[in-house]
Design a protein around this ligand. Structure first.
Ligand code: G3H
Length: 251
């Protein structure tokens, strides 16, 4: 039985006072008994503040990115060990916005995943096709190569410590959600591909989240799909009521 995960990716929003407000408003609204893991991913500068606010609750903290070296002359970077030190249990790696605007490739994503896993962080590994790739029938090929290259050298025992987020780029921040069937088709393909890379049991253990315009109105339908184990929520995670409504989808 895979435990559902609802993760809020705050992207480049929320300075300290706003972040504190948002997290303190979310906490009383999310039902900790609902059997859902809740993760919040704020910007680096407010990790400490959010960590203090969630202390003593079951809500977990994620960073939105990390570097692959632990320390050194790498101005502007933050290492996995530093994220652990700041209280993170999770890190998002390979988000399409990082691939699109910051030149991340499957090779750099792979280095980050390897480094993050070695410090004990749980990786939320993002994959997904663009609209042009979907329209030219390449969705599965793109997912396969992102998974194969992103996970190169990652051992079977580490796979269960990872979460995969399928985020079709055309659905991110556009208000256009993949239909339940489109999302399920991609998730089921991802799981089958993982079974081929590792084995059936490993693939059945991995949680695969859907991301892309998830809202309180569409979460139930998505979560009813066999291979959808949760959501990586952007815009709707910036408001306490909508994030809590998504987190409490099964209430
Ligand atoms: O990481 C979250 C995704 O990019 C989804 O963002 P969105 O919910 O604003 O479409």
């Amino acid at each position: 039985m895979r435990k559902p995960v609802i993760a809020g990716n705050w992207k480049l929003f929320k300075k300290s006072a706003e972040a504190q407000d948002l997290v303190t408003n979310i906490l009383p609204l999310v039902k900790e008994t609902a059997g859902v893991e809740i993760i919040i991913a704020p910007v680096f500068t407010v990790l400490g503040k959010v960590k203090d606010a969630i202390d003593g609750t079951s809500v977990m903290l994620a960073a939105q990115n990390c570097f692959w070296e632990e320390e050194g002359a790498y101005t502007g970077e933050v290492s996995p060990g530093m994220l652990r030190d700041a209280g993170c249990s999770h890190v998002i790696i390979g988000h399409s916005e990082r691939r699109q605007y910051f030149g991340e490739t499957d090779a750099t994503v792979n280095k980050k995943i390897t480094a993050a896993l070695s410090t004990g962080l749980t990786v939320i590994f993002c994959i997904g096709e663009t609209l042009a790739e979907r329209e030219s029938g390449k969705t599965f090929d793109i997912l396969n190569s992102q998974i194969r290259d992103g996970l190169a050298g990652i051992r079977r025992e580490d796979i269960s410590k990872m979460i995969i987020a399928y985020e079709p780029v055309w659905a991110i921040g556009t208000g256009k959600t993949a239909s339940n069937e489109q999302a399920q088709e991609a998730h089921s393909h991802i799981r089958a591909f993982l079974a081929g890379l590792y084995d059936h049991d490993a693939a059945e253990t991995v949680r695969i989240l859907y991301g892309g315009s998830v809202k309180p109105e569409n979460i139930k339908g998505l979560m009813a799909q066999r291979d959808i184990d949760g959501a990586l929520v952007g815009g709707a995670s910036l408001n306490a009521d909508s994030f809590a409504a998504i987190a409490n989808y099964n209430e």
